[in-house]
Design a protein around this ligand. Structure first.
Ligand code: 1CP
Length: 317
């Protein structure tokens, strides 16, 4: 789950004094924020404090985080030829702060560190335009009018994501998560044409590094029948379907991560959270590997007692 989010008071305190840009770009700050959820909660892993949009800096783009508004990449990508596959050295150089954060974290953590990046489709969405309320309108235009070039751009972003992931793993990350948050904007046919091939390329390229690589997309429970047959090490699901159904549909050697509702955690009382957590847990008992998580990030204003209760119920035998 997105652990720091905006729900931890100590994170909000630090953010009041530092811009989001500094939190991402200054390794001491990023490492400090990565530790925050671990200090509070009994968690099995940490996730590097960073953001999927930052990889755009490798192509000379600027990533803007206006206070209280959706972040965006500027200037938007206008032509496929603006993109190229950077060397690993170039990624290491232009995103040196990410690797410096990982290096700072590794000796200070008692739990494994999870690295992450955006998936090619989602990153390309943000590269092409700032997200509007409808999603990404330019993406539709590209898919409908210039499909071939769209696929070429996806391929370049995919190769870049693979190098970025490999570098994070080589720097010490013990698991890796790929966020394809906006893949739900696509039809099943488009998901199969644009999203799955990228996920498979990432999975195959990273396999020699021998760490679990999990894939997430918003509303991906709806795509379970498309995703399940691909031999991923793990799939992180949203809360669209019950965990029991998802665990049943995905072959047992593949890890299922998910999928408690962030809205439930935000809105309900502690006792209801405990009861729902127990029910979710017993619904998949003995049915295959699970990484307990929410269906998406922790929502701002989520009561801390509910997060404690959720974790405590998962820990109790
Ligand atoms: O103080 C704030 O307002 C911070 C909000 C915030 C945070 C905490 C943003 C802006 N990014 C992050 C960090 C972040 N982003 C992490 C680190 C883990 C942690 O929270 O500790 C991770 C894993 C991400 C991944 C990310 N960024 C995704 C994929 C997951 C998802 O939520 O679907 C996406 C889509 C982004 C882009 C982004 N960054 C920030 C926001 C508000 C968004 C969403 C933009 C949009 O809605 O279009």
């Amino acid at each position: 789950m997105r652990q720091a989010g905006r729900f931890l008071p100590e994170y909000m305190g630090l953010r009041a004094k530092n811009s989001l840009f500094s939190c991402f770009h200054e390794p001491e700050l990023a490492a400090q924020i990565t530790h925050m959820p671990l200090t509070r909660f009994d968690l099995d892993a940490a996730i590097v404090f960073s953001d999927i949009l930052l990889l755009a800096e490798v192509w000379g783009k600027q990533v803007c985080y206006p206070e209280g508004k959706t972040p965006y990449i500027t200037p938007p990508l206008l032509h496929a030829k603006e993109l190229y596959v950077p060397s690993k050295e170039e990624i290491q150089d232009k995103l040196s702060y990410v690797f410096a954060t990982i290096k700072l974290l590794i000796p200070t953590l008692d739990v494994p560190l999870i690295g992450f990046c955006g998936a090619p489709f989602t990153l390309l969405c943000y590269l092409l335009e700032p997200r509007g309320i409808q999603g990404f309108e330019q993406v539709r235009v590209w898919i409908d009018h210039n499909r071939e070039e769209f696929v070429q751009m996806l391929e370049i972003v995919c190769q870049t994501c693979i190098s970025f992931a490999a570098l994070q793993i080589q720097a010490g990350c013990k698991a890796f998560q790929v966020f394809d948050s906006w893949a739900n904007l696509l039809s099943n046919e488009e998901f199969a044409a644009f999203v799955l091939p990228c996920w498979k390329k990432m999975k195959d390229a990273l396999a020699p590094l021998q760490v679990p690589v999990l894939f997430f997309s918003r509303a991906n429970s709806a795509y379970v029948d498309l995703i399940a047959p691909a031999d991923f090490s793990g799939i992180s699901f949203d809360e669209g379907k019950s965990l029991a159904e998802l665990r049943w549909k995905v072959p047992s050697h593949i890890v299922v991560q998910g999928n408690f509702s962030p809205t439930f955690l935000l809105e309900k009382g502690e006792e209801e959270v405990r009861k729902a957590t127990r029910e979710m847990k017993s619904s998949v008992e003995g049915k295959g590997k699970i990484v307990w998580n929410l269906g998406h990030g922790v929502l701002p204003k989520t009561p801390l007692e509910n997060v404690y209760a959720f974790i405590q119920e998962l820990r109790s035998t």
